[in-house]
Write a protein that binds this ligand. Structure first.
Ligand SMILES: Nc1ncnc2c1ncn2[C@@H]1O[C@H](COP(=O)(O)OP(=O)(O)OP(=O)(O)O)[C@@H](O)[C@H]1O
Ligand SMILES: [Mg+2]
Length: 498
């Protein structure tokens, strides 16, 4: 058994004028959990998608256990023992969970010329059971699952062929605490069986905990590889960005005196799912945090506040008495919403950055039925520069952006809308540390200009670091309220969550 599972040599990849990978050398050894880290657009997904047969390199070569390896498709890569959980949605919504897990392998379940659904469901059930997700019913259509469950289905799918190389691209931000534990257990098992894992995340702490070795990419170049004893947060960050990150990450004031003006009032809000009897007031110029376990109802609350889902009891009312019953009323009243489920709900993938950014601001950008294209372009240019969106031009299709850069576009959409109330559900999902810092700064600037923000997040440091006030939801109900103080620490809040 060769020690080196996979080697990548001098791989290059361009997308038009964009150099995504430049002479990349990368080695994965048995028993390694190999972290890949780098800023948004540095080439992590491109490199791993070439290894997984999703894309082809322009030049260079790869070896799998010493044998030339150049997969032309995902199936070919799978046959050579390489499986990947992609950063984007990796399941088709309209087929069943079993059909997703066993995609391309239906032949095995053919009996008398017919494919046995029962046998497929049973096999998929075993695959789900194996990763600890036996509660997911394989016969159901996939669209009935939430983001986290769909990611777990992808994990089951990746592992069902027992690969010796597993690639996990930016998956943990879609998972709750429990989901993460399942993923980590699967990774650990791979490591103990002397297989290899490539793990991509922007969470440095997580990477340092999970990985045995880490490689840093910047602008398509490999900057260096560190072994576990060399892991050091400051070193890694400096390698990533080519400079030291300075300045405060979160806001550093404790002046949460936001005044009495109420801009939104939720009263006895109860949704069909999870949210139960939630009442609160959002003030002008306030960042109001909502935290809790993913299953605690925080994401569902965001949907109710923006009118995407209807309340069965209770109401969301603005200062002038307008009741938010649907999303179009919300947009008309200068509300904005960043959905956690980016690719399906927050962005139009097959249209340009310009169209995405301008959409919520259309009423301002048009006159007499005509779009003022100068204004539209200026607005987009401003969003691109303030959020440092890495793109070829504002006309580039958003589906061609890296994951984190898509997230920046979603954020940019609502900045131009003169939003007065923003509902942000995991706004920093998948963005690198440098951009996170600028997003926090933007949120704070907006707040200081009188914008009110509902910040929904599963990351306690972010909530504690940014909120003027913080509510914790548990089982859909408010289970704790915390004021902004320098003393407020994670452990104070956690007991209200679990
Ligand atoms: N299909 C495509 N067409 C054009 N450019 C692309 C395409 N896919 C990726 N790119 C570009 O290649 C570069 C590398 O992107 P990649 O997705 O590999 O980044 P990443 O490191 O995974 O970033 P993130 O952390 O944001 O996911 C980026 O500049 C991106 O815009
Ligand atoms: Mg990526």
């Amino acid at each position: 058994m060769s020690e080196v599972l996979l080697s990548v040599r001098s791989v290059c990849k361009n997308f038009g004028p964009t150099v995504a990978l430049r002479n990349v050398d990368f080695t994965l050894r048995r028993g390694e959990v190999h972290g890949l880290i780098g800023e948004n657009g540095s080439g992590k997904s491109t490199l791993t998608s070439i290894i997984a047969g999703i894309r082809r390199a322009d030049s260079g070569e790869m070896l799998k256990e010493g044998v030339p390896y150049s997969p032309r498709s995902v199936v070919e890569a799978q046959n050579r023992g390489v499986a990947m959980i992609v950063q984007e949605m990796g399941t088709a919504p309209d087929i069943t969970i079993a059909e997703n897990i066993l995609l391309g392998k239906e032949k095995r379940f053919r009996k008398n010329g017919l494919i046995s659904k029962k046998a497929m469901n049973a096999a998929a059930g075993i695959a789900l059971e194996k990763i600890g997700a036996g509660n997911i019913f394989p016969g159901a259509p996939t669209f009935t699952l939430n983001l986290e469950e769909r990611k777990l289905v992808e994990l089951a799918k990746a592992l069902c062929e027992e690969p010796d190389v597993l690639i996990v691209d930016e998956t943990t931000t879609a998972l709750s605490h429990d989901g993460r534990e399942l993923l980590y257990a699967a990774i650990d098992k791979m490591r103990l069986e002397e297989k290899g894992v490539i793990f991509i995340s922007h969470d440095l702490e997580e990477l340092m905990g999970v990985c045995t070795i880490m490689t840093v990419l910047r602008d398509g170049n490999i900057i260096g590889t560190l072994t576990r004893d060399e892991f050091d947060e400051a070193t890694i960050k400096a390698m990533m960005v080519g400079r030291e990150l300075t300045g405060d990450y979160y806001r550093n004031d404790y002046n949460s005196d936001v005044g009495a003006e109420v801009v939104l009032r939720a009263t006895h809000l109860t949704g069909a799912e999870m949210v139960e009897n939630v009442s609160f007031e959002l003030h002008r110029g306030e960042i109001l945090g909502f935290g809790g376990l993913a299953s605690g109802g925080i994401h569902e609350l965001g949907r109710l506040l923006f009118g995407i889902d209807c309340a069965i009891v209770g109401s969301v009312v603005l200062a002038d008495g307008t009741q938010i019953k649907d999303a179009s009323t919300a947009v008309k009243n200068h509300m904005g919403y960043v959905s956690k489920n980016r690719d399906e709900e927050a962005i139009m993938l097959h249209t340009s950055i310009r169209n995405n950014v301008a959409l919520p601001s259309m009423s301002r950008l048009a006159k007499g039925g005509l779009i003022l294209s100068g204004k539209e372009k200026a607005l987009t240019a401003q969003a691109i520069s303030s959020l440092e969106v890495k793109c070829q031009s504002m006309e580039q299709l958003t589906c061609h952006l890296s994951g984190g850069n898509k997230q920046k576009v979603v954020f940019g959409k609502w900045l131009g809308n003169d939003s007065r109330i923003l509902i942000l559900d995991c706004p920093t999902r998948g963005v690198d540390v440098g951009v996170k810092q600028s997003m926090y700064r933007l949120m704070y600037d907006l707040r200081c200009r009188g914008c009110s923000i509902v910040l929904i997040s599963e990351e306690l440091p972010e909530l504690i670091g940014m909120s003027d006030r913080l509510y914790i939801l548990k089982n859909g109900k408010i289970n704790g309220e915390f004021a902004r103080t320098p003393e407020l620490a994670e452990h104070d809040v956690i007991h209200a969550m679990i």
